[in-house]
Design a protein around this ligand. Sequence first.
Ligand code: PAN
Ligand code: ZN
Length: 195
Amino acid sequence: MPDFPFSVLLSPETGIPEQYDNHIQRRLTDLHGQFSNQEAYEAALAGENRMLYEVFELSRPHTPGELLTGVSVIYPGLIGEEFVMTKGHFHEVLETAECYYCLQGEGAMVMENPEGDCEVVPMPEGSILYIPPRWAHRAVNTSLEEKLVFLFIYPAHSGHDYGTIESQGFRKLVLYRDGEVIVVDNPRWSAGKSE
Ligand code: PAN
Ligand code: ZN
């Protein structure tokens, strides 16, 4: 993106920006070890290595003062009882916040901080979701039919720490059980787990 003020239109149908610099695609294999039901994950993998979510980023220098923004699209579906979700991460610079705006669909944000607090906050269409500094975050598509589409904005020097979540997971899981969205403790969560 240019080094002067600019605007980018989002498609009214899809929410995807008409111009973007990076297009990240995450498929089933990219979330290896992240879904709680390993058997269901393997069964899903036996089919197609399907797309779980895509990110369309407007790039800017990763320097303090700049902001990174873009749009993520999470496809609907379940792996076992667990909804399709993002990998989730802490920001490498822990003291950086982030803001999401839900453009389409319905979701939930799973969040926790190193102090042991955790929250699962609904993200209905049209809502702003604020992630304070220090909170790891994972977006979950809680619809079984519709895509979850949201815009994100965060400080460009934040960086991403995926490793902590990859090894210990989140403390909470968002599941679909008996026709309802429920939040349960993650039985496999463990601080500093290394597998
Ligand atoms: C978002 C996320 C994006 C994809 O831009 O990076 O939705 O999620 P993962 O990065 O967890 O795969 C953000 O939170 N950036 O900081
Ligand atoms: Zn983030």
